[in-house]
Design a protein around this ligand. Sequence first.
Ligand code: FAD
Length: 540
Amino acid sequence: MLRHSLNLAPKLFHKLVRNDIKLQRTDNYIARTSSCFHTTTINNNVTDNRLLYDQLCDIVGMDNVSKAEAVREQYGRDESHFNPVLADFVIWPLNTDHVSRISRLCYDSNVAITLFGTGTGLEGGVNALKGGVCLATNKMNQIIEVNVEDFDCTVEAGVTWRELNQYLSDTGLFFPIDPGASASLGGMSATNASGTNAVRYGTMKENVLNMEVVLPTGEVMKAAGIKARSRKSAAGFNLTELFIGSEGILGTVTQLTLRLYPIPETTYLCVCPFQDNEAAINTVVLLLQNGIPLSRIEYVDSHSIRASNQYSKGDLLVKPSLYMEIAGNQTIIDSMVELVKEIVLDNGALDFQHSNIMEERSHLWKARHDLYYACRNFDTRPNIRALITDVCVPISKLPEIILKMRQYLDKYKINGSSFGHVGDGNFHSVITYDPNDSVETGTVFMISEMIAEEAIRLGGTCTGEHGIGRGKIKFLQKEYDTVSLEVMKKIKQTIDPKKPIQSGKSFDHTIALYDINISNHFKILIILFSKFSQNILSYV
Ligand SMILES: Cc1cc2nc3c(=O)[nH]c(=O)nc-3n(C[C@H](O)[C@H](O)[C@H](O)COP(=O)(O)OP(=O)(O)OC[C@H]3O[C@@H](n4cnc5c(N)ncnc54)[C@H](O)[C@@H]3O)c2cc1C
């Protein structure tokens, strides 16, 4: 069935869509065909547009604009399974005024804009589906101010979380959101990123106090108030949270004011292997239900441990394991470690190792952060790709869904490893496949779909932290009611009526369908076709 639909799809596309260009890659194919649904014609081929190139150079200088293919390719891809999709130009603004002028120019000239932080995203958000301009923020990397006494700082969007923490190292403060890769804070706010510390410190949503955003029209706004950096505010709408997680489709984040925290006096890392997955995951639920103040709690299945041992040259016992961190004042921590030890051993842990030595902790956390690459590289077949799932469920439903994922992988004989920030109910499976094998590819995407639907059914979400991007559009439509989706579309329509920014991503994918002035019969045909095309899109 899957093989059948995969083979049939391109033929149908050819019949239905007016497109006389012989397309090389499926990604470009879908990008171009979907653009015919949009009311505004975005300029799809501007590489030779000398005028636009000159105008971009006038804003940022020639050294900060590139049309070289290798550069466009590097900036047209992220760490996801999607093929790169290239913009016609890559441009590096150096400040907010540059971003504003670029946005205004593109808006007035109907040129598409795609935003690029550091390209570590896992949902194809940086693919330039309509060509145009890739606006990269990595040269906007100034730390503007640090207010040690208020525990906050203001940075430009291109600063990475690792750079910020390095800068803060002698202040006794740190920023806790730590996605596995060295991501930019602008990209992290766009995806509402989190990481191993979220169980104690929350996600980006809880840690951004204010942000400067350039709207697609070039106007500049401060989301929480002109100078605001207070912890609380009851003034006006919460525009900051509107932009966090919006994946750039409402505008470009140029600056962020962030919460900082004191580095805890002592931190213990505890590692506990279990005989089986069920015992490990049930222990997580028990620890949380007992109110143990863990700052990190990560689950790693035995497949991941095997891959990690090989990739990071470790010698961990190949059993489902929990990595936990307990941090705070020395006297409280000592008794807490004892309590955790008692609970995990009572619940079937095979061992309990703990350490507060910085080097040992750093080594183990580095191996944990590298797990995505470890699991991807463990499948040694040539040209292998990895799809990473990202569901999040209420804590009590975790054992059920993690075990379900293992059942799916075993039943369909697919390579996959699971690990994740289980303290938040969020876990990932890295599933590897050969993209030239349509049955295997189809099966992998089917499993990803089944697990997303399962998460939604259990009261969770299809994405705990990676975002919707290109890969989860249809899940978003299952997760929200139609009224909520309409509200999102209306907000986008108000802020960005021409839709040049991040077109074709997240809920924006179907917006234009409802705008087209054509008969209802034809609309239904297009919607059916769009649903079909989304299926194909997610199989690419
Ligand atoms: C090994 C590995 C581990 C990871 N672990 C985690 C994890 O633990 N938790 C987690 O949350 N994520 C994780 N990720 C995913 C990724 O790091 C995050 O999604 C991160 O937030 C992306 O930031 P970036 O700067 O690389 O953004 P990009 O990939 O460059 O962009 C991501 C999205 O944000 C948009 N964007 C970028 N900059 C801006 C801006 N200034 N304004 C508006 N929109 C913008 C882009 O257009 C795109 O849609 C991991 C990725 C890898 C490869």
